[in-house]
Design a protein around this ligand. Sequence first.
Ligand SMILES: [Zn+2]
Ligand SMILES: [Zn+2]
Length: 257
Amino acid sequence: MLIDYHLHTARCGHARGTMEEYVNAARAKGIVEIGFADHIPMYWLPEEERDPELAMTMNELPEYVNEVEDLRERFKDITIWLGIEADYIPGEEEKLKQILFNYPFDYVLGSVHYIDGWGFDNPSQVKKYSYMDIEKLYYKYFALLKQAARSKLFDIMAHPDLIKKFGYVPRQNINNLYRETSSVFKNAGVKVELNTSGLRAPVGEIYPHYLFVQECINQGIKFTLGSDAHSPEDVGKDLDKAVQLAAPELISSFYNR
Ligand SMILES: [Zn+2]
Ligand SMILES: [Zn+2]
């Protein structure tokens, strides 16, 4: 049974297609459950500094919620959840909590996309990797990810090794990082997303790495699936491969949470 809990919408400024096209793409592929989880407005920045090509505006947020609810009414042969992909920015937890409190989200994907203000998954900012100590960078990334899980703001940790996106991976074995992080995830009660967009990125592999998946399995953590589609064609993409990485019975649906 395939589910896709990570769909974007054109409101984020770097995705295309109507939300209805995403729904129809899922129906055509036999996906029984989907969840929209578009980028939350850049709440941690003053309004004039928010990039319209990275996330929707605060005014668009209620429209987004309404459109999901409207699609839910119109399409009864598929389950449509209202999710949101929320950036974790240390020190800004209260602002985020306030937004999440104001809307009836079914779940919140927790994402680390920034390290000290650097949007490390943004193709326009990739140069910075070439003069960084990659191992140190990974320690920093995983520290943020653990902090995010402990904040209790999130239900699911999205693409939990996104830092590998452009193929910069440490030479050293980082199994200790996977182990520590999965233990923090377990204690925080979060699920982990198996995100297939990594297959479409330079790194060419699913997030997270299979050794990280193994550590999560050892901890008894459940998984969700996400294509991270930014276009209707990518809805449901490669989810079968993600299921294989864990096991069908470890994939969690909100019907059996
Ligand atoms: Zn995006
Ligand atoms: Zn993301």
